[in-house]
Design a protein around this ligand. Structure first.
Ligand code: ADP
Ligand code: MG
Length: 778
């Protein structure tokens, strides 16, 4: 051990010498100067003392004050300085992979190093980490994974959990695990960092851990709501004599008055939103009618107009546009680059900012552009807190956000854009006032803002818990409900019970709440369990291609566009894809396949245009399919011969069966009346289909059952996408034969059939069951 000590001492000395050399170089001095200008520098000593004296410390401070890049670095520097450099191991978690990568690069640069020396990063499927890496930035998911094999985080000296104010599910989950770990590792230091001021919540969770606030400074930012924005852009439209995107002269029928009335589309949209805002809460109805903003056309043109206004009328300064996801960002970028003014690259620099971006591209975001060039950054909500761009003076806020990460541990892709909270809107606005007073353009009316929730509900309380419960089981954390009862804010017992029951029904857990083989595989796939089950069965039954399309489609969003003014045309375009299938899922498969073919003939856009499909969404589906495929390869669920998994892909019956297996227990019975179809589920009684479902228009459905992937309660219960299935498919693929044995399975199905007054079928099942029992006994 004497030798070991010597090595440790020598390495520590090397680290210290290197640090000194850098600090004394010219570049190093310049960097030091910048770092000393950050508000966190004034608290450096106080922070370090507090961390050394307490096991848990909570740090809060305005975004950009230097928490993420500085605090872990202070710890590293002081450990190196005191000769313990090669003994320390600091892990700092980030909610998103892009920030883990960007931050490690920045911190390495501040230390005059390359990533992978003393500072590294690790995200799913990627990483830069060397033998001497002492400070590691990683996603929260990566740390959770490490805990799976290394319960005590052996050798780790400091864990810094960043951005806890976001209340992401992974972070809340990690805190429970760490809280358990602390008594087992008294030397371990835990540092929690948050942008806003709800530090008390975290402090009291850790038994009154000390808090420290880094005071910061920002300049005032003026807020413009949609009403003002429209005034400004309308001015622009007339003064530049451009074609009016909104079709001011179009005829719009206001349904309420039942008369045709001349009305601009803008006015129409505003009125719609104002009306919807009266709901005052996030009912699905509100969401649907408000969704007329973002998707594709209207939101984009509005953004284009306000950007023109800023570029032509406003003072210099970068623009930060908050969008919902990378497909939107790319599509907007294409649109802007085709614009006569904004597309002029000598005057306007348009930079997308999202996770799948190369780091050279990332750097451009932080660089100051040449004089006379306007920098426009298109970002998702990650630019709210995790990334700071100093020269931003103008913020354009679409008011929506969606989460689009596919970390395997974060099993819940929640990809629908929804309205942000007031706190998030304020945070977005604040990004405009870093160096001088700024302007914030909110692309929603004041009254819609007023209807926003104050804070976003923690993810743990707003997402279905099925995936999380599966995770708890795969991490072997004991009883699910007991574990979750120790969270910062526990989800309702009922929703936990629902999730557990659901996992039992689909066969991921057994009666004793143990993970089954299926459950184990599902926990490895970064999709909801029902979609994971489809993927697995699609691979098993050799009809993978169409199943990949269905699963990717359900994880992204519906590519079928339903423009309000051409709803009938769009609906009939969609139903052509479903001809005789009685399935929205199969319609999607056909539409996707048609698009792929058109793409090969370079006519993808014409195809989309003709069939009311969103090319963006289809592209997103396409790339997700590939990801899912390689995941299945990784997990070893595919045969070595990849063509084998498509042996039955052309056979709709196989695909239908797999869809049924995935969507069960989402099932309703079909009763064909004289001229219409009546539908019923066991829990809700009569239900309706959304009119954009291909089955919604049918006057007869020649199948006894529909499986559906989602139901929404408005006034009545509405089912979203559905697929018709036969009795035999339900019998063979619905539910979980292992649950309660074959007996239990048949009893349940029998009960189901009796409920729907299909005693003849129930009878057949009983006979079948008896025969099978005899077979088994012999
Ligand atoms: P916080 O975590 O408190 O929001 P950060 O530590 O992320 O703050 O950032 C502190 C400051 O460092 C920012 O104000 C920004 O000016 C600067 N900074 C961060 N990342 C970079 C980068 N990649 N390039 C240049 N400057 C950066
Ligand atoms: Mg930060």
């Amino acid at each position: 051990s004497g030798v070991m000590e010597k090595i440790i001492r020598r390495r520590s000395l090397q680290l210290r010498n290197r640090q000194h050399a850098w600090q004394e170089s010219d570049e190093g001095r310049e960097m030091q100067e910048f770092r000393r200008s950050l508000p966190s520098y004034k608290e450096r000593d106080a922070l370090l003392t507090m961390i050394s004296q307490n096991q848990v410390v909570v740090i809060s401070g305005e975004t950009g004050c230097g928490k993420t890049t500085q605090v872990p670095q202070y710890i590293l520097e002081s450990e190196i300085e005191s000769g313990r450099g090669s003994l320390c191991s600091i892990i700092c978690t980030q909610p998103r992979r892009i920030s883990a990568m960007a931050v490690s690069e920045r911190v390495a640069a501040e230390r005059g190093e390359k990533v992978g020396e003393s500072v590294g990063y690790k995200v799913r499927l990627e990483g830069m980490k060397g033998r001497d890496t002492r400070l590691l930035f990683c996603t929260t998911g990566i740390l959770l994974r490490r805990l799976l094999v290394d319960r005590n985080l052996k050798g780790v000296t400091h864990v810094v959990v960043d951005e806890i104010h976001e209340r992401g599910m992974n972070e809340d989950f990690l805190l429970i695990v760490l809280k358990d770990l602390l008594p087992r590792r008294p030397e371990l230091r835990l540092i929690l960092m948050s942008a806003t001021l709800n530090a008390e919540l975290f402090s009291s969770y850790f038994g009154g851990a000390p808090m420290i606030h880094i005071p910061g400074f920002t300049y005032p930012v003026q807020t413009h709501f949609l009403e003002d924005v429209l005034e400004m852009t309308r001015y622009r439209l007339t003064s530049y004599n451009q074609v009016d995107d909104y079709g001011q002269d179009k005829m719009w029928k206001t349904q309420k008055q039942g008369v045709r009335k001349r009305k601009s589309r803008i006015a129409f949209v505003v009125e719609d939103a104002l009306e919807a805002a009266n709901f005052k809460e996030y009912s699905p109805q509100t969401r649907d009618s408000l969704s007329c903003w973002n998707p594709d056309s209207i939101g984009f043109n509005l953004i284009e107009n306000i950007l023109c206004h800023i570029c032509k009328k406003e003072r210099p300064g970068a623009v930060l546009v908050f969008m919902t996801g990378w497909d939107d960002i790319n599509a907007l970028k294409d649109q802007l680059q085709a614009h006569p003014f904004l597309g002029d690259q000598s005057k306007v620099l348009i930079l997308p900012c999202h996770g799948s971006m190369a780091s050279s591209e990332q750097r451009l975001i932080f660089n100051k552009p040449e004089d006379g060039v306007r920098k426009i950054v298109l970002a998702t909500n990650m630019a709210e807190t995790s990334i700071t761009i100093n020269d931003v003076v103008f913020v354009v806020d679409c008011g929506k956000a969606k989460e689009s990460s596919y970390d395997a541990l974060n099993n819940t892709p929640c990809l629908l854009p929804s309205w942000i909270s007031k706190a998030a809107a304020r945070q977005r606005r604040g990004r405009a006032g870093r160096l001088q007073p700024g302007e914030c353009y909110r692309l929603y009316p004041k009254c819609v803002y007023d209807a926003f929730a104050d804070y976003q509900l923690p993810e743990l309380l707003r997402t279905p818990l099925q995936s999380l419960c599966l995770q708890i089981k795969s991490l072997q954390l004991g009883s699910i409900s007991e574990f979750l009862s120790r969270a910062l804010q526990s989800p309702e017992l009922l929703s936990v019970q629902n999730a557990v029951e659901y996992l039992k029904i689909i066969g991921a857990l057994d009666e004793k709440e143990n993970l089954t083989v299926l459950g184990h595989h599902l926990s490895m796939l970064p999709v909801e369990p029902k979609l994971g089950k489809m993927l697995i069965l699609g691979a098993m039954f050799h009809c993978l291609d169409p199943v990949l399309t269905v699963v990717a489609g359900l994880s992204v969003r519906d590519p079928f566009l339903m423009p309000l003014d051409k709803k009938d045309l769009a609906e009939s375009a969609k139903s052509q894809f479903a001809a005789r299938y009685y399935s929205d899922h199969l319609a999607l498969v056909r539409a996707y396949e048609g698009w792929k073919e058109a793409e090969r003939e370079q006519s993808g856009y014409e195809y989309c245009w003709k069939n009311f499909l969103s090319a963006q969404t289809l592209k997103a589906i396409d790339s997700l399919r590939k990801q899912f495929f390689s995941l299945l390869m990784d997990t070893g669920l595919l045969d070595d011969d990849p063509t084998a998994c498509n042996e039955w892909s052309h056979d709709e019956h196989f695909v239908r069966a797999v869809i049924c297996a995935g969507l069960y227990p989402g099932i309703c019975s079909v009763l064909n009346k004289e001229k219409s179809v009546s539908l019923k589920t066991m829990e809700d009684g009569p239900v309706l289909l959304y009119s954009n479902s291909v089955n919604g228009k049918e006057s007869r459905i020649p199948y006894p059952w529909l499986v559906f992937n989602e139901k929404v309660k408005v006034n009545s219960v509405f089912l979203r996408d559905s697929t018709a299935i036969s009795d035999s498919v339900l019998l063979l693929f619905g539910g979980n034969i292992t649950r309660g044995g074959l007996d239990g399975h048949l009893k349940m199905l029998g009960g189901y059939l009796e409920f729907f007054m299909r005693p003849a079928l129930a009878e057949i099942y009983l006979i079948l069951k008896r025969e099978l029992e005899e077979l088994i006994q012999n």
